[in-house]
Every structure is written in structure tokens, then in C-alpha cells.
Design a protein around this ligand. Structure first.
Ligand code: PAF
Length: 278
């Protein structure tokens, strides 16, 4: 496995490769969710590549950029074992050299939910993902459904800018109590980690309600919100039932809906979601 920190080295490696390349962009501190994306990339393509870059432009002022968990040597060992062809570990000064000024705005899909709570976040994501795609030139790129709005943003970006690659969204990987795997789970203490399974329980309840015929979105939102009353120190940022493509909030649940939520557990902000079908 090659580890490249220079953009030129990645370009040279890609130019010398024949066949399809599956790409998994990450910010490191890898967990089973990332590794499941790598396995899928390897299964669907001739080779797989991963980037590890904590992208400063997607962190809003006051967020956890400085303390975001890092474990580069462990990550590289996991990726070597997974059979990745190369890992791209750029430096911020190479991705954003002096004079860098472009940013990508994908429009309304980035406005609600995470976009409302973290203004500018998706512009940072869209810009860095565009740069990574231009550098790595993958055939397919793999993202986790856990970041549902990020998936919607990247689909919009790839469609609108005619990027020549397929975006593949893979299922969320969860621990035994249902908590969605996330690098930020490292911030939770044991008690918080245990109680954070309430996010998944609330999503399951929404799914059950819809399965039993509930079509009023506000009834389902209210039921979910009420479940958080039993954890008064959890701060619910949003509970949303929205169209899965546009992310516009729904009054009635017909066909498919994206149920998503963001909750502050202690100092850690967790997100999760589930697609429900009538
Ligand atoms: O999901 C992430 O880890 C990041 O948002 C991504 C896609 C690697 C862009 O920095």
C-alpha cells in the first residue's frame, strides 16, 4: 500500500493504474463503518483508495477541529490489512495554498438540518470533495448513509457539475445497542455511549409508527421528541421528517421519508437517520 501526501504523487499513481478505482474519502480515526465502505469499494472496483484529511473548511467556528480524534498509524495499518492500493494524506497547506478562494455552494439541499445548525459546513464538504475527486479521479465514490444530508449534497454536486463518477451510498454500521458508528463517539463516556442508543430507539419508533399506518409527520416527530423527555440532559437540535432528495419537511408521509435527528449528548453532537417507507 502506498501512502502519498503530495497531490502530484496521487496523480502519477492514478495515471499508471488501469481498471476501475473505488474511493473512500475520510477524516481518519477509522472505524468499522469506514472499513465497510472500503470493502464495498474493493468488491465493486479493481482497486480501492482512501483519503485521510481533517478538512478545516467544513468545521464551523467553535467546533472540534483542534480536538478531532486522530490515529494515523492505526488507520494506515487497518487500510493495509484491508488491501487498499493507496492512501492520500494531504496537508492543509497543499489543499488550501495561499490565494485559494473558490468554494462550492450546492443550493437549497444544504440549507436545512445540519446546514442550518452548521452554516458553511456543506460548502466546505462540497469544495473538498470536489478537489479530492479531481485529484484521485475515482470511478466510484463510497459514502455512509449515516451522514444523510452529506450524501444528498454530494449527489447534487456530482449531478449538477457532470462529474464522471458514480456515488454509492452504503448502510449505516451500528454497535450492538444501535448507536451509529462515528469517529465522534470517541468523545462519549461509557454512560453517555450507553444512553445514546436512544437516538436509534427513536428512529425505530418512527419506523414502527409509519409501519402501522401513521401518515401525519408531526405526530411522529412529537412522539420522537417525547422519548427524549426521559433524558433531560440530552439537547435535541432537530427532529426531521423530510423528502429524502430535497430534504424539504413533510406534512404527510407518503412513499419514502428520511427521518433524521441531531442531539447533543454532553459535549458531543450526534446525528443519525433512517429511511422509512409506507
Ligand atoms: O464524511 C466525512 O468524513 C467528511 O465530511 C468527508 C466526506 C471526508 C469530507 O471531508
Amino acid at each position: 500500500m502506498n501512502v502519498f501526501s503530495s497531490i502530484a504523487d496521487v496523480r502519477a499513481a492514478r495515471a499508471s493504474m488501469t481498471g476501475t478505482l473505488g474511493f473512500v474519502p475520510t477524516m481518519g480515526f477509522l472505524h468499522e463503518g469506514h472499513l465497510s465502505l472500503v470493502r464495498r469499494a474493493k468488491a465493486e472496483c479493481d482497486a480501492a483508495a482512501v483519503s485521510i484529511f481533517i478538512n478545516p473548511t467544513q468545521f464551523v467556528a467553535g467546533e472540534d477541529l483542534d480536538r478531532y480524534p486522530r490515529a494515523l498509524e492505526r488507520d494506515l495499518a487497518l487500510l493495509r490489512e484491508a488491501g487498499v492500493a493507496f492512501v492520500f494524506t494531504p496537508q492543509a497547506q497543499d489543499m488550501y495554498p495561499p490565494g485559494f478562494a473558490t468554494s462550492i455552494d450546492v443550493g437549497p439541499v444544504a440549507f436545512p438540518l445540519e446546514g442550518a445548525s452548521r452554516p458553511g459546513h456543506f460548502s466546505g464538504v462540497a469544495t473538498v470533495v470536489t478537489k479530492l475527486f479531481n485529484i484521485v479521479q475515482p470511478t466510484k465514490a463510497f459514502f455512509g448513509q449515516k451522514d444523510a444530508q452529506q450524501c444528498a449534497v454530494i449527489r447534487r454536486l456530482v449531478t449538477d457539475l457532470n462529474m464522471p463518477l458514480d456515488v454509492i451510498i452504503c448502510d449505516t454500521v451500528r454497535n450492538e445497542s444501535g448507536l451509529a458508528l462515528s469517529s465522534r463517539n470517541a468523545y462519549l463516556d461509557e454512560d453517555e455511549r450507553h444512553r445514546a442508543s436512544l437516538l436509534h430507539a427513536a428512529l425505530q419508533t418512527a419506523k414502527e409508527y409509519v409501519g402501522k399506518g401513521e401518515r401525519n409527520a408531526e405526530t411522529v416527530r412529537r412522539t420522537m421528541r417525547d422519548m427524549f423527555a426521559r433524558e433531560p440532559d440530552f439537547i435535541v437540535d432537530y427532529i426531521s421528517i423530510a423528502d429524502p432528495i430535497s430534504l424539504a419537511e413533510l406534512d404527510r408521509i407518503e412513499n419514502e421519508a428520511l427521518v433524521s435527528l441531531a442531539v447533543r449528548v454532553g459535549t458531543t453532537r450526534l446525528i443519525d437517520n433512517m429511511l422509512v417507507r409506507t
